[in-house]
Design a protein around this ligand. Sequence first.
Ligand code: CTP
Ligand code: MN
Ligand code: MN
Ligand code: MN
Length: 412
Amino acid sequence: PIDGFSFDKDFFNNNPLERHASLDHHNPELVAPLSFLSEYWSTMGDEQRSLAFATAAATLKSLPFAVTTMSQIVDLKGLGSGHCLKVLQETLDTGSCREVVAKRDSDKYKSIKSLTGVYGIGNSVAEKLYTSRNITRVSDIIASWGCLALHDERIKYGVAYYGDLNTPVTREAAERIQGVVRRELDQVAQGCKLELTGGYRRGKSSGHDVDLLVCCGSNDEDGASVSSVRSAGVVGSGGNAGTDGVLARLLRRLRHTGLILHARLDRPPALNEAAYRKQSDRVSSMDNYEKCFCILKCPLQDDWTPDPMDDIQTDLSSLVTSGQNGDRGWRATRVDLVYVPQHQWPYAVLGWSGSKLFLRLLRRYASSTLGLVLTSHGLWSKDRGRLLPANSEQEIFAHLGLTYKHPSQRNF
Ligand code: CTP
Ligand code: MN
Ligand code: MN
Ligand code: MN
């Protein structure tokens, strides 16, 4: 027992995936510096270090008591090398951490952070802009737009809607988005599922985007009809060869209705089961679903309807102007739309519900402890390649020999 709590340290150390990580936890002051350092290294492009600090933060999030002295945590698994312990010691002793303060105030971090806040700009582009073009802010991008040769079309929209896209999306707004997408989806196909996943499914009250999974039942395509749809030169997601898929039809409706500001359709190559397995050997969060990364107009009021006649601007200066109109009835919102065939649904829901760290640990556990390959498409045994089907998330946890974990406890 620690401070009156009964706490089984051996169980905690030996079963990291049985830990509960809820949004409310006992150690916000200690988690904050570790989460910051994780975010810092992610922004600066060092995913390994970012992961190490995220893992340490998750360890503290799942403790059933508030830490008051180092002796309570020195031998906990997940806190990594001495670095995290040093940060925690200083935070406990002084209430803050000099390394965190210095990093937070560093000019390079502040600049890279602003630049990667632009949709379409990742760490490497930000680094180049900062280092070789002396670009430190979004206004610098606008001022130098003509000579920067930023070819990714998303960046133009990321700059134009920078303010909106960096304002957290409330759950209310996410549900409003779900509502407008639902309305158009019902016009496209009958009886489809439309599930709000990502952070909202884990109970978060706001997020950076809206992750929506679409599933239209058992008359789905298999891999073969997808590729025949593709070879017919038509975007495919469900439906019969030669006709448009559900996702393509949904996008067209959303566009005609005037809800789409930008959309980028991602059509990964059709994979057979063997290729799914091979691809998943990189413990990656990438999947092969047909999906669309969009910027939609999120209504600010329930009774707002878009004007399909609205001019769609395409050059940056008019985009920036229209993007800054404060009382236009909508806000630009990032939405991920993913089309999922019915038999892969539970795996897609699990994969897209996150958190990223939880899924990463889950995949690593499946692979190194059980010799199984877990992706957002399914679960396979490595040697025989046998697919382990599941009709629910509960069945996936059971396949993995784990206690079912409610989404609200997956906030690793
Ligand atoms: N994901 C995925 N494949 C992608 C993108 C995301 O499987 N191409 C998964 C991520 O691993 C994560 C979930 O989808 O588990 C949601 O991703 P994201 O929207 O980035 O994170 P959220 O947890 O929803 O956080 P936020 O509130 O900031 O959106
Ligand atoms: Mn970015
Ligand atoms: Mn999300
Ligand atoms: Mn997302």
